[in-house]
Ligand binder design. Structure first.
Ligand code: MF3
Ligand code: CO
Length: 253
């Protein structure tokens, strides 16, 4: 069932999104060679506690960490761990923040040290593909319009789009209807309506789109060992277009 959120629910999710966006800005300062994703995860727990918020992923379906930390060929749901990041790694930090029952979900890929040209292009195209999808998140458009815009752009730049993991509705729980694939056909799928809150979170691969699952049952990595990047925002469909709740650039304070 696809729900539309009340203004009160949207305000609560907006407050969660603001904390999440700030947390990402702090993470950006802390991603450096020698740092571990376990340290970043502990920092996130502390940051959220200081802001009266909770890491919603911890305990979700038995997941044990505040963040997902997916390095290089890991697509998503990597476990934070004690391995030091090295210059040139890319790492996606994904988290869901719960502030007084309002949820927001955002992932961001960081480069450890200075990105080379190939890495910079992967990150730029992946981030731009997210915004191409967001541009289509309008009332009256259909879910397929979002995926189509992302896929056309990313494949046109020579990358592939992960199929097994999608964006999703979000509300009182992390994963609600509808699923938002990052590929598809224009004019297909359910119609987007004012008040729906969804995530768009394209995972874009340098090589093939296929993935394989680690023995831990959580972590997906690329089938060919090439790298994968991801950017994710939570957004509300409004009559004027998408309102991003996890935007890191336009925060009032
Ligand atoms: N942020 C992740 C997503 O977009 C949530 C993963 S749930 C977890 O689907 F338990 F794996 F953390
Ligand atoms: Co999500």
């Amino acid at each position: 069932m696809i729900t539309r959120k009340s203004q009160r629910e949207i305000d609560m999710m907006k407050a969660a999104g603001r904390i999440l966006a700030r947390c990402h800005q702090e993470i950006a300062k802390r991603i450096k060679p020698g740092v571990t994703t376990a340290e970043i995860d502990a920092y996130v727990e502390q940051f959220l506690a200081e802001h009266g918020a909770k890491p919603e992923q911890k305990g979700y379906n038995g997941y044990e960490f505040a963040t997902c930390a997916s390095i290089n060929d890991e697509i998503c749901h990597g476990f934070p761990r004690d391995e030091k990041l090295v210059e040139g790694d890319i790492v996606t930090i994904d988290m869901v923040v719960n502030l007084n029952g309002g949820l927001a979900d955002s992932a961001w890929t960081y480069c450890v040290g200075e990105p080379d040209e190939k890495t910079q292009k992967l990150l730029d195209v992946t981030r731009t593909s997210l915004y191409k999808g967001i541009e289509q998140a309008l009332p009256g458009n259909r879910i397929g319009d979002i995926g189509y815009a992302i896929q056309q752009y990313a494949e046109g730049e020579g990358y592939s789009v992960v199929r097994e993991f999608t964006g999703h509705g979000i509300g009182p729980t992390i994963h609600e209807d509808p699923q938002i694939p990052h590929f598809g056909l224009p004019g297909k799928g359910s119609r987007l309506k004012e008040g729906m809150v969804i995530t768009i979170e394209p995972m874009i691969n340098e090589g093939v789109w296929q993935s394989k699952m680690d023995d831990n049952g959580w972590t997906a990595r690329t089938a060919d060992g090439e790298r994968s990047a991801q950017y994710e925002h939570t957004l509300v469909i409004t009559k004027d277009g998408a309102m991003i709740l996890t935007d890191q650039n336009h925060m009032e304070d």
